[in-house]
Design a protein around this ligand. Structure first.
Ligand SMILES: Cc1cc2nc3c(=O)[nH]c(=O)nc-3n(C[C@H](O)[C@H](O)[C@H](O)COP(=O)(O)OP(=O)(O)OC[C@H]3O[C@@H](n4cnc5c(N)ncnc54)[C@H](O)[C@@H]3O)c2cc1C
Length: 334
């Protein structure tokens, strides 16, 4: 019988790790939200869709480029070539150029993880609070309920702070978690009622609480209903992190209306996400986070950096470290 492995978190790192491990092990994924993708997810309200987390990704390593090939061929991943400007109040906008390919998943950002994460056993809306070991096998606990048992390995693919909370609650210490730091970000999602004309597909904003504006609906494969995704700067988000969300929403909308030709009449739908752990500002010192005697491990963008590609590479690094160090146990036999 194959080994049973539990992965907690179905963002890109958890999805990629599951993709590799399930070739020779029986993998269960546990996810606290209602779908895969984590910080690469898409939110929908009626006809409006918003990629409210990662906006695009780049691929600088051979490994990521090779992995993406079939998804590029199948057009789940496409290159995004927006008209992109730099905006600053009181100054003329200027056109920016990108010097490397920037990719998006389509028809939504979520589509990449959906295509990758294919274990038969995925439990959504299941937040893992604690794990415990009995007779060399791990059980996973959500609230007061045991939601999975009999696992030889447990791997957390959640942000470092959430991984630390989980392992602390389980009496486990794993090196490399405590030095990781994050910056927050707010995403304002604006659904427009009228066909407002903006002279860009995306804009980087300087000297403003807003750092990024994307005309989400201009991305390839999106619903035609016009939508904007606005990201606050990380420092503004830090200063306003505990404010009422309605206050944050008002401030960002007001700022947006000062930057582009838009009035409240044009706005049909508004929503806001507060990402407490949006961007890794200090990554871990070690590439692989693993305790082979306890049989627990962790991965995520925070191991290597702060981008989608880092999440991918950390999952691949962990997969390789697991197979290498445990080959002697023949642990991946079927
Ligand atoms: C606003 C924003 C903009 C960004 N822009 C870009 C960009 O343009 N380009 C780029 O390359 N990167 C960008 N990023 C970063 C990128 O999204 C991340 O690097 C990447 O998605 C991280 O993937 P991950 O698998 O490591 O973690 P995550 O995507 O965070 O996945 C972790 C998963 O674990 C789940 N989880 C957490 N705790 C538990 C628990 N206890 N039990 C069960 N499930 C749990 C979460 O719900 C989540 O699904 C952005 C991020 C944000 C937030």
């Amino acid at each position: 019988m194959s080994q049973k492995i539990a992965i907690i978190g179905s963002g890109l790192s958890g999805s990629v790790l599951a993709y590799y491990l399930q070739k020779s092990a029986s993998v269960s994924l546990f996810e606290k939200s209602q779908g895969v993708s984590g910080r690469m997810s898409t939110r929908s309200f009626a006809d409006f869709e918003f990629d409210h987390g990662a906006q695009f990704f780049t691929a600088r390593s051979n490994r990521f480029n090779e992995f993406l090939l079939p998804y590029l061929e199948g057009r789940t991943v496409v290159e995004w070539k927006p008209k992109i400007l730099t905006l600053e109040k009181g100054k003329d906008p200027f056109k920016r150029l990108w010097y490397e390919p920037h990719y998006i998943a389509q028809p939504k950002m979520t589509s990449l993880c959906k295509a990758i994460a294919s274990p038969k056993d995925i439990k959504f809306r299941t937040r893992i609070d604690r794990i415990f070991q009995k007779n060399d096998r791990w059980s996973l606990v959500s609230g007061d309920e045991i939601v999975g048992e009999g696992y030889s390995w447990v791997i957390s693919a959640t942000p470092a702070i959430q991984t630390r909370e989980l392992f602390d609650a389980s009496g486990i210490s794993l090196n490399g978690l405590s030095e990781v730091k994050y910056s927050p970000c707010f995403s304002l999602m604006v659904g427009l009622s009228s066909p407002v004309q903006l002279n860009f597909d995306a804009a980087l904003v300087k000297n403003s609480p807003i750092k990024w504006i994307a005309v989400n609906s201009s991305k390839i494969g999106r619903s035609p209903h016009k939508t904007l995704v606005i990201h606050s700067s990380n420092s503004w988000a830090q200063d306003n992190l505990e404010r009422e969300l309605s206050y944050v929403q008002d401030q960002l909308l007001r700022e947006l209306m000062g930057l582009v030709d838009l009035t409240e009449v044009d706005v049909d739908h508004l929503d806001l996400t507060r990402w407490r752990y949006a961007k890794v500002s200090k990554a871990s010192n070690q590439d692989v986070c693993l305790n082979s005697s306890l049989k627990v491990a962790a991965c995520g963008d925070w191991c290597l950096g702060s981008r989608v590609e880092d999440a991918f590479l950390s999952a691949v690094d962990l997969y390789e470290a697991l197979t290498k160090s445990l080959k002697a146990d023949d642990w991946l036999k079927t």
